[in-house]
Design a protein around this ligand. Structure first.
Ligand code: COA
Length: 165
């Protein structure tokens, strides 16, 4: 039976830290589904379709990675795609409480799905999507934080939104 893992998140946008988790977890499973949460409470810079498209582009060379989006409960989505594992990255101890709460809630709702944690590479332990957005909005370069394609997309998006003002 195929071992399928889900890496869920907002990915607004995908960062080098996310890429690190994607590459490492893809090597552990037959298939990794990077799943973009649609319609969450955060106000996104990119639409879910744009985030899915960016993820597809930056993961195109990893043959066992699929990109999808989902709404509703993550554990229901896991059942739908036949996944038995969810992977999340832990950057620092501050992530732990929230992640543990989510993992335990998910486990209570659905015993068929386990959550595993990978420690984020130290190179990216400080990184978050909102920091990337903030640097970009303030005119800084995000080349060190995101894949080149994503950096270009951020540039285009800000040119469009700020140009429209
Ligand atoms: N590298 C860089 N940044 C990372 C990271 C890594 N390895 N791991 C986490 N982050 C950052 C993200 O960039 C994001 O930053 P931001 O807040 O500045 O945007 C932050 O950590 C957390 O975001 P993310 O990993 O995208 O998770 P989330 O909290 O937005 O979403 C879901 C978490 C999607 C898994 C969760 O909300 C979910 O499952 N929702 C579906 C509904 C559901 O089932 N709810 C019940 C859950 S108990």
């Amino acid at each position: 039976m195929k071992r399928i893992c889900i890496y869920p998140g907002s990915f607004d946008p995908v960062t080098n830290g996310h890429m690190d988790i994607i590459k490492r977890s893809a090597a552990m499973f037959d298939e990794l589904i990077v799943a973009v949460l649609k319609n969450n409470s955060k106000t996104p810079l990119f639409s879910s379709e744009e985030r899915v498209n960016m993820l597809k582009e930056v993961t195109k060379d990893i043959s066992n990675v699929k990109v999808d989006s989902f709404s509703g409960l993550l554990v229901d989505y896991a059942d739908k795609v036949g996944a038995c594992t969810i992977v999340r990255g832990l950057r620092a101890v501050t992530d732990f409480e929230y992640e543990l709460q989510m993992a335990q809630t998910n486990r209570i709702m659905n015993k068929r799905v386990d959550t595993i944690f990978l420690t984020t590479s130290l190179d990216y332990a400080y990184l978050s999507s909102s920091i990337v957005r903030e640097v970009a909005v303030c005119g800084g370069s995000v080349d060190k934080f995101v894949p080149e394609y994503v950096s270009d997309m951020i540039g285009k998006k800000l040119e469009f939104t700020q140009g429209g003002n």
